[in-house]
Every structure is written in C-alpha cells, then in structure tokens.
Design a protein around this ligand. Structure first.
Ligand code: GLN
Length: 488
C-alpha cells in the first residue's frame, strides 16, 4: 500500500485511511520522506511544517479509532503557495519585505480544507508577489523543474507545480492572475485549474491584481483537482465577488456526452511562434477526439493580439494600489530612518526586488492624472472586447482548446534579462483572466526533440468549471499521461 500512495486519488486515499488499509500518519511519513530526500535539489518549498502535518495526521487517526467522522480530504497532504495565509505559518510572497511575517489568520480556502481534514505540509516558492513566469523572481531561490533540473518549473506558482510533479504532496494550491497556475502546470506535466472568477474566495490570498486573481488547484490527475475545487469554492461573506456555487456539478466522473461536444480552435492561438511538437501533440489529440464524435470548429478571437498589452496595464495598475500597504508600518520590514517618508522609501527600496519595482512604476504611471484615460481606461475597454470575443465564440462551441504555452519549459537564465520575452510566455493564458472564464492546463504528452511535458489548455464559458473538468477527465483517459513520474 505504502508504495502505491503516489498513484492513489484523494478519494481512494481517504477510503484507505478510513478502512484501516493505511494510517494518515503513514501517508505523511511517505511524503515527508520524499521532501527530505529530494527537495534539497528541487527547492519547491520555502517552509515545511512537518510538526503541523504530523499533528493533523494523528488527529485523523484518533478520530477513526474513536469511530468519529472524517472529512473528504482526510489523508490529503497538500502544499500551499506562499501568498496564501495559514494561521501561525509564515507568508513571504517570495519577497524580502515580508520576511518574518507570521499570519494571524487562515485564508477561506485553508479553513474550508481544514474542515475537511486536509493536511498542510508547507508553503511553496513563487516569483515575488506572483509576478513572473519561472520562480527566478523569488527573493530566496529558484525552483527546479523535476523533469529537467536545468529548466524552470514555470511561474509564478512554480513551487506548487514542482512539488506535485515531484510527488512531494498529492496536490497543491496556487494563484493565477495571468497564467500562474496553468503555465507552471504545463511546464511540470501536472493538472492546473484557474476557476471562473468569483468561484473561489480570495480572502487570505495576498492581492496582486484583484480583478484577475483566482486561487486554484494542482494535481496529478483531473479528479483530484475537481475534489479540491469543490471543497474550496462557493460564496464567502469575506469576499463580495464570490457567488453561491450553483454551477454544473464538479463531479469529474459525471460523464460528458462526448458526441455532443463542440470544440473551438482559435486561429490566433495556433499561428507562428508555437513549438511544432506542441502543435502536433494537440493535432493528434484532436484527431482522436474526432473519432469519438467530437466536432471541431475553427474559430477566431480577433482581439487576442491585445491581451498581453491590456494585461500589462491592468495588472500593474491594480498591483500598484494593492502593494501600497507594504510601507514598513502596516506591513513590511521596519527600517530605521530619519523621518516617515525616508522610512517608506528605505523599506520599499530594500524590500522589493527589481520586477516588482518595475510593475509598481508601470502601474503608478498608468494610473496617474493625465495618463489614466490613455492607459488604464483604454485597457479596460480592450478587456471588454476580449471578453466579448469569448461570449461570441461560446455561442457556437462548448470548449476552446489551445496550447497552454508557446514552448515547453525553458532553461534558467534564458528569459530573465528580457522582461518582454518572459511576459510573452503567458500569451495564451492571460485572456481567460481578462475575461474571467474558467481555464485549465493538462499534460497531453512529451516532446521528442525536447523530452519535456506538453500542456494543453481548455477554456470554458463562465460557471462551466464542472463540465470543463468532466471533459478533461475524458481527455486524460485518452492520453494516458497520469502515472508518469520524473526521475528525481
Ligand atoms: N506571469 C504573469 C505575470 O508575471 C502572470 C502571473 C500570475 O498569474 N500571477 O504577471
């Protein structure tokens, strides 16, 4: 049983724990041992709380011995991106400015999972304040891709994606503002889901760009992401943008009638700049789906070319306002200084890294008087056009499929000195955040020339998260990627 842990679904793990095939503390032992053996090299965690994990496991084992009830996530050892607050644990956001900060409360996603007996084992590395695509912007260290340690795991939730790919945990949480769950999921060969905006509470997530941010799961199979999403989603009075969860069931086994599915393939996502191996992997899969009766349709999302530009106005603008709180008084390193202003300046000068500073300057500029209309307002209008593209497209198709990324995981150092080329690695993921629709990335194979995982993106209409996952489950059974492991 112990050797099978890595390949058990969450539901199966819970059953095994409940009927005594395995103890919750043995599941924790299994994962902690793997972290100790391999995370020195992979570096997916910023902090590991072995004691908390063991304590929770004992509590579950005792509950079972006493004949009590256990939650849906009993036996689920999970890693949390270090911009999501866990009571009593450090939250660094990958930044020096928050070094030493210990959270006095649980994010809503954490308390919901805690109620279902999830076992939190640690906080994962990220690009500083979730700004980046490789973890190279972390103030502490970069995380390695478990499939090739010379390559990045993607970002900003690279630590979470790498932890799941390396089998350090069953699942993880990340946050996605412009692709930070889907891009690292694609690079690391795992499933990653960005839910419909408002499906999951952002209370306790350190805000980057509030109108784009969503928390979502990583897992090695589609079913586990659906289970996590089901637990963390729903109305929360601490986040007024959440809605009561009356979307189509999140049960991924609720079979989709595959012959009635219509898929849109947007021409703008399949043109120049995408690796041939990614294109042919998707093409092969589409042919397979066609043989099951799926209808394929070429579509156009004409405003795609403005996505990156609109995002790099909207996201930095919101960030410049959200990150104003890190001033050495409310939050952040307090520096000795002669007066208040120089304390602010010192704190922010020493506390933030170069990419965060670049974004804050961009955002402050775009919002400033005289430029607001030209930049921020214009970007918001473009955002509406992008959203309308999707509404129009979804009148004729159930899902839209595209590559998750234009390339497989790139090498360390390849893009870090050219911010624009780094920004372009999110070219296919940004639109879903701007439109607020659900989107996910799932592995569909490996490159032959570059033997790295290839990720495919599925986008769906608002509130169709459950249907999207059911369809993904069908695809997963076809591509048979689940169960493949990197050689650590
Ligand atoms: N890589 C994108 C950025 O740097 C997206 C980040 C994210 O989704 N948090 O902004």
């Amino acid at each position: 049983m112990k050797n099978e842990i890595l390949n058990l679904t969450l539901a199966r793990t819970r059953d095994a724990v409940l009927n005594g095939e395995i103890k919750a503390h043995e599941v924790v032992d299994f994962y902690v041992e793997r972290i100790k053996k391999h995370d020195g090299v992979i570096k997916s965690f910023l902090s590991v709380d072995e004691d908390a994990a063991r304590k929770k496991a004992e509590e579950i084992d005792e509950k079972i011995m006493d004949g009590g009830k256990i939650g849906r996530l009993a036996g689920c050892v999970i890693a949390i991106k270090d911009n999501i607050n866990i009571l009593g644990s450090p939250t660094t956001c990958g930044s020096k400015i928050l070094e030493g900060y210990v959270s006095p409360y649980d994010a809503t996603v954490i308390s919901r999972m805690r109620d279902e007996d999830a076992i939190f084992v640690g906080k994962t590395n990220l690009d500083e304040f979730a700004m980046g695509s490789s973890t190279e912007n972390s103030a502490f260290f970069a995380t390695k891709n478990p499939w090739d340690k010379d390559r990045v795991p993607g970002g900003s939730s690279g630590g979470s994606a790498a932890a799941v790919a390396a089998g350090f945990t069953s699942t993880a949480l990340g946050s996605d503002t412009g692709g930070s769950i889907r891009q690292p999921a694609a690079f690391c060969g795992v499933v990653g889901v960005k839910p419909t905006y408002g499906l999951v509470s952002r209370y306790g997530l350190v805000a980057f760009a509030s109108s784009l941010d969503q928390i979502g799961p990583f897992s090695r199979n589609v079913e586990d992401s659906a289970v996590i999403l089901d637990v963390i989603s729903g109305k929360d009075r601490m986040d007024s943008t959440t809605f009561a969860q009356d979307i189509e069931g999140l049960d991924p086994l609720a079979a989709v009638d595959i012959r009635n599915i219509k898929i849109g393939l947007p021409e703008e996502y399949f043109s120049g700049g995408v690796d041939d191996e990614i294109l042919s992997a998707i093409e092969n899969l589409m042919r397979m789906l066609e043989s099951y009766g799926v209808k394929l349709k070429k579509i156009s999302l004409p405003h795609t070319k403005y996505c990156v530009a609109a995002y790099y106005i909207v996201a930095p603008s919101e960030a410049s306002s959200n990150l104003a709180r890190f001033d050495g008084v409310k939050y952040g390193l307090m520096k000795d200084a002669e007066n208040l202003l120089s304390m602010y300046i010192e704190t922010r000068e020493k506390g933030f890294g170069p990419e965060v500073k670049r974004r804050l300057m961009l955002g402050t500029y775009a919002l400033s008087s005289g430029y607001y209309d030209a930049y921020y307002l214009a970007a918001q209008k473009v955002r509406t056009l992008i959203s309308d593209d999707f509404s129009r497209a979804f009148k004729g198709v159930d899902f839209i499929i595209s590559p998750a990324t234009p390339t497989v995981a790139f090498r360390f150092g390849e893009k870090i000195s050219a911010p624009l080329s780094m920004y372009l690695s999110d070219i296919f993921t940004i639109s879903a955040n701007l439109a607020g629709i659900p989107a996910m990335s799932m592995p569909i194979g490996f490159g032959k020339k570059t033997p790295m995982p290839i990720g495919m993106q599925i986008m769906a209409p608002h509130f169709s998260d459950g249907k999207m996952l059911s369809f993904a489950k069908f695809v997963e059974d076809l591509v048979k990627f689940a169960g493949k492991e990197p050689n650590l």
